[in-house]
Design a binder for this molecule. Sequence first.
Ligand code: SF4
Length: 362
Amino acid sequence: MSPTEFEQLWQQVCERPVAPLDSPEFGAGGALDAGIAARGRLRKLERFGGAVFPVSPLYVTSVCKERCTYCNYRAGSTDPDLKRTRLSVAELEREVRFLVEERGLRAVELVYASDPLIRVDDICRHVELTARILARHGRPAVGLSAEPATVADYRRLRDAGLAFSVVWMETYDPLRYRELHPGRQIKTDFSWRLESYERMIEAGLDGIGYGVLSGLADWRRDWSMLAVHQRWLRRRYGRGPNILGIPRLRPAPGAPYVPGPNLPADGGFRSLVAWHNALFPEVMPFVSTREPFETCLQLAAGGGCLFTLNCSTVPGGYTFDHRGAQFRTGDYDALCFAPRLCAAGLKTDWAWKAATCYTVGV
Ligand code: SF4
């Protein structure tokens, strides 16, 4: 998407958010929200029959050259508990084996801060290692959350066994984006991030995740822009992202930004996810442990989502005594919480496969 095309779409959304997000009734807890919730659940049920796909994040490094004002891992973080850690290959293997062999996970998302000493070669080796361990238990589903890459690098990662890659846009508001990402590092380049979805499509990744960090900017505009972006990509490339990140801002102890009036309240947040589900039921929300477990169950209504079980946002947080989380989360241990998913009428599909789940919608 060229800067001119983006500017036109962004101006439209600023003038009027996509309906019904433009309504003062949206998120107010009335009939509009109830109707959206019911429709989102129904459309998910029709397509996925209540199946959810468990996944765990595995942080590989907390060393970061960026200065995102809302993140505890930012360069210059003031958190006294933060101990920067970069896992060795042996440590990474121990963490993967814990999730796979002791907790039964069959999908692992490798998460990287923008570490100046980690190159794509390293990430390829990590993906191969993780895929190898997962393959002993069936089909591997290895995901990636890292700074956007080139088409060539995404192809190398795909060839190494990467099933899905997520890049959260954080916010589509270019002025807010600039304020929140000071400095001159890679993340300050709004266009490079915006165009990463096109590069992932070109590289042929099965799973592509987009999303905004709700709480950073006007959520009516940001979520409207998600729908506009999805439709634009489908028109241009015949497919769009098939994973929807739904992180909602949590306070980070070593970062200056504090969530304010832009943070959607619980009801409005649930309605945003249900609205996106109704519009694009084939796109799977990535339900995260930033939210209380009961909220996670509500967000997963009807199924068709990635559901985080076990979560540490510390490299080495599963099997080592490392401290200093990127943000506070729940840790919904798979052994205890998977039965609660079933009790809520959801079916856990442990051995999900990226290529079949990620139906390309047009
Ligand atoms: S959000 Fe990511 S890139 Fe930004 S400071 Fe945190 S870890 Fe680094």
